[in-house]
Design a protein around this ligand. Structure first.
Ligand code: IFM
Length: 450
């Protein structure tokens, strides 16, 4: 039996987000968010699912924190619901919303669990959406105001902050493909939204630092490994284009490189930027590139791509390889290569895996236990990839499993289960899965065991 250890002090945690678990959309003065509106619009989510109840975490968070303790987590990554704090997006502060999260922070600290707070995990107040949402610059400014309000209330105790979760989803998935709220389908809106989400990150940073002395501040980007279907120059170009669309468009500006010129040219050529980069105002790129303390990396899968109809276009290629319930290919090598690339090509002080995990629908068997062995396998492979990256010198300092418990998986509703803990949505009973206990043991020994 061999144990391969992680470095001493490695941070082990689990992650969630507000809309996916809390429920209680109208309680204690919370305003409406774009996900309330979107999920209540017929046809937008699988089975018409909404986050109205979700895991009822708003009322059961103490029980859920007990799960974190049982897991042995060092840290918990959760998000603040903007409409609980500023029901109209800006202006009037809802003290009850701040109190809710303040109680949670205290309870976590009492348990010896470090809070990692995400400020935006997609629940934009509808008042801001009505005024243009992320396509409007004013939303970035409103975000900075909101970040300041939250940091002022919690910044004495919260010292780890993630500004925006997955700007690719905030912009492309929400304004271009329309799969996520608010469900628009416009490239030009999506590209403006991408800029405003990154700008929001940059504008919020000084607000957080002002109110939370000594804080560590970062952004979480989601990455999909981009792999050419063949070695042909056309397929390699396609893979570069997909990487530009999904990864570099967000990564490069945060690290001071501006928007990748090949992608600007491609978007201009395709007519997606009718007014060029007119949404970029003088000084914006410096604001976006202000130094951060860490990068949050969310990684799940890869995309294999082949050349599309025109140069620089790509099309996905589906190989006959193992996939998860989401239809995502299992590709731990992509995580290893991504971490090495981030380390060698960008000047990163620190990296956390802020999300990694897998959806399988396994539920309680006749023995009332959840034998989610495929999840254990997935996690083991991805943690081994992390270890290899650390051995190669990558400053990876922590790992948050997505997710602590099954929850509302956005457009897929409750038809996906990413949790370490099974949630029965009828009774709200929580059942830790086999992978929960496996992960607990990994944490306890700070390493993988053969
Ligand atoms: O559930 C989501 C999460 O909200 C953001 N990252 C990806 C997860 C799985 O799709």
């Amino acid at each position: 039996m061999t144990i391969t250890s992680f470095p001493a002090g490695f941070i082990w945690g689990a992650a969630t987000s507000a809309y996916q678990i809390e429920g209680a959309p109208r309680e204690d003065g919370r305003g409406e968010s774009i996900w309330d509106r979107f999920s209540h619009t017929p046809g937008k989510t699988q089975g018409g699912a909404t986050g109205d109840v979700a895991c009822d975490h708003y009322h059961r968070w103490e029980e859920d924190f007990g799960l974190l303790t049982a897991m042995g987590a060092d840290a918990y990554r959760f998000s603040i619901a903007w409409p609980r704090i500023l029901p109209n997006g800006r202006g009037q502060v809802n003290q009850a919303g701040l109190d809710f999260y303040s109680r949670q922070v205290d309870a976590l600290l009492d348990r010896g669990i470090t809070p990692y707070v995400t400020l935006y995990h997609w629940d934009l107040p509808v008042a801001l959406d009505d005024a243009g949402g992320w396509s409007a610059r004013a939303t970035a400014e409103a975000f900075a105001e909101y970040a300041g309000v939250v940091a002022q209330a919690l910044g004495d105790r919260v010292k780890h902050w993630i500004t925006i979760n997955e700007p690719w989803c905030v912009s492309m998935l929400s304004y271009q493909s329309g799969e996520h709220a608010p469900g628009h389908q416009s490239w030009s809106e999506a590209l403006a939204a991408s800029h405003h989400a990154l700008l929001a990150h940059g504008l919020a940073e000084p607000e957080i630092r002002r109110h939370s002395p000594g804080a560590q501040v970062g952004i979480t980007l989601n990455f999909t490994a981009s792999v050419p279907a063949s070695d042909s120059p056309a397929d390699r170009d396609a893979a570069r284009a997909f990487d530009g669309y999904f990864n570099r468009w967000f990564l490069d500006p945060v690290y001071g490189r501006g928007y990748p010129s090949d992608m600007v040219a491609a978007y201009m050529g395709a007519g997606f930027l009718p007014d060029g980069l007119s949404f970029v105002q003088p000084g914006d790129m410096d604001i976006i590139a202000a130094p951060t303390d860490f990068l949050g990396v969310n990684y799940y899968t890869r995309e294999v791509v082949a050349a599309g109809a025109s140069p620089g276009e790509w099309q996905p290629v589906r190989l006959d390889t193992p996939r998860t319930e989401m239809g995502w290919e299992i590709y731990p090598e992509g995580l290893y290569k991504l971490l090495l690339r981030l380390y060698s090509a960008y000047d990163l002080p620190k990296i956390y895996i802020t999300e990694n995990g897998v959806s399988y629908m396994d539920g309680p068997g006749t023995d009332r236990k959840v034998h989610d062995l495929r999840r254990i396998d997935y996690l083991r492979q991805h943690l081994a990839a992390c270890q290899r990256a650390i051995a190669a010198g990558v400053p990876l300092v922590g790992y948050f499993q997505w997710s602590l418990m099954d929850n509302f998986e956005w457009g897929r509703g409750y038809a996906q289960r990413f949790g370490a803990v099974y949630v029965n949505y009828e009774t709200q009973k929580r059942t830790p899965k086999d992978s929960f206990f496996w992960y607990r043991d990994v944490i306890a020994r700070n390493g993988l065991q053969d």
